[in-house]
Design a protein around this ligand. Sequence first.
Ligand code: KG4
Ligand code: ZN
Length: 354
Amino acid sequence: MAELKQMNHSPIILGIDTSCDDTGIGITQGNKVLANIVASQTALHAKYGGIMPEEASREHLNVIDSVLEQALEQAQLSLDDIDVVAATYGPGLIGALLVGLNYAKALAWARDIPFVAIHHIEGHIASSLTVLDDAKDITLEPPFMSLIASGGHTSLFQVKAWGEYEQLGRSLDDAAGEAFDKVARLLDLGYPGGPVISKAAEHGDEKAYAFTRPLRHQKTFNFSLSGLKTAVATLVEKQPDAKPEDVAASFQYTVVDHLIYVCKKAAKETGLKTIVVAGGVAANKRLREAFADTDLEVIFPPLTLATDNGAMIALAANKRLEVGLFEADDLLKNATPYLPLAPAEFKEGVRKKR
Ligand code: KG4
Ligand code: ZN
């Protein structure tokens, strides 16, 4: 298996993510994004109001060649310029993961260049690294916290070192993005829920409905969003005339308040002031504004890197190479649908004492 060649520049890395419903291919060098192409399957799945796994895998297969071509064109590079290939190996939908992972492995094998297998969540955390190039006064050295809020995950991690994570908290039920998607369906606003709710909320009154704030008295750093979703369902049923914009705004307000409350609480207990907020929900404008009002040092990825993409996978691979975490046997890693980033730290919802 190929080792990384000695070179006098940062390696040019091609990153692929097909963990869910987006075919993402990015090209990076250091923390700089040279290309980032995402073929979204939103239109395909919109008619179901959610993702159809088999259709997702087939669509990845249909478009992956063309996404690669577009990425190379955007970076103005050819395959000969690529030094390393990286891909997500989990967690995600098995059929979807297999497409991008095997495509990437075959590319690396055929061209005799190193292959790096990346955990999807590590990719989300690494998506923030790219802002370091733009704002030189920001540093991102572990330890720091990372809130990952996406369609499949809502977890709070402590990044102790690159590659070493501790889970501080997680959602006990729905993920934040999932809650946005479900509430959008309840309000008949369309799919995916995050962007449509946030758009509707711009014209709504976020104080119109006071939903109960989840897990206000917990001793842990967990999240819970399904009670809020049920509260919205009950409201919509009992008050069919409620303005969807007001419900959307009040719902969004409560989600944002909940996420920030837990992060602030964890910052207080761990003493960690810096937090990377990533995953699809990190694209939410209201969440960005509310985090900016805290005394935490918050780092968000650029909007284009908040939702799933391939560039974040390349950024994570670059970091792994930089800190010496590259494993030459990554080619043997298989697609793994269930893949926790850190060993579970919870027993019956209580944080273990260390
Ligand atoms: O990270 P991501 O692209 O895919 C997963 O790994 O799940 O996240 C997708 C999720 C969806 O649930 C979508 O509704 C949510 O992120 N999302 C948002 C926004 N944009 C996307 N949620 C809130 N506000 C947004 N602007
Ligand atoms: Zn994701």
